[in-house]
Ligand binder design. Structure first.
Ligand code: AMP
Length: 176
């Protein structure tokens, strides 16, 4: 029997307890990235689901850049970064959103999109969905249309998908 892509990825996720703070089980994706065949299969799988339906790939800092840039290359599309506050050099749109403790601000270049550009948003882990939801709102403020969200891992018990109900969401591995 051949293992499914989800099984291959799942076997390469490393759980790191109490990182970056007590009580969090961090899903370390670096063993997936280090495996040439599995990394490539993940990117091809994401690309095949979205080919022809999007105009640009957007990655969320920081690990969303790794998957997003590879995916943009695979699709023959451009890549746009959503960054933490203060990192982008040009004029930006920003959005501040609630975290479990405190707030965070993300930014995108004002001129990142032509109006109505169809966006594929990418990140490594969907947890509460707060970050991805904020990124979608920011992209819409910047004049883009968010078509879909691809993530390597979904922590389904945190119900992040519910906050992204308006979008087509796919996770390579769903952790229940
Ligand atoms: P959230 O806004 O709660 O969906 O968190 C998503 C962001 O935080 C993503 O950019 C993830 O990379 C990161 N993240 C949240 N929880 C985890 C986790 N348990 N393991 C790894 N990354 C996480």
């Amino acid at each position: 029997m051949t293992a499914s892509l989800a099984e291959l990825v799942d076997a390469r996720l490393r759980d790191v307890k109490d990182f970056p703070s007590p009580g969090i089980v961090f899903k370390d994706v670096t063993p997936v990235l280090a495996d040439a065949e599995v990394f490539s299969a993940v990117v091809r799988d994401m690309a095949d689901r979205r080919r022809g339906t999007v105009d640009v790939v957007v990655g969320i800092e920081a690990r969303g850049f790794i998957f997003g840039a590879a995916l943009a290359h695979e699709l023959g599309l451009g890549f746009v970064p959503v960054r933490k506050a203060g990192k982008l050099p040009g004029a930006t749109h920003g959005l501040t959103y609630e975290l479990e403790y405190g707030t965070a601000t993300i930014e995108i270049h004002e001129d990142a999109f032509v109006a109505g550009a169809r966006v594929l948003l990418v990140d490594d882990v969907l947890a509460t969905g707060g970050t991805a939801e904020a990124a979608c709102r920011l992209l819409e403020q910047a004049g883009a249309e968010v078509v879909a969200f691809e993530t390597l891992v979904e922590l389904a018990f945190l119900a992040g998908r519910e906050r992204l109900a308006r979008y087509d969401v796919h996770a390579t591995v769903v952790v229940t």
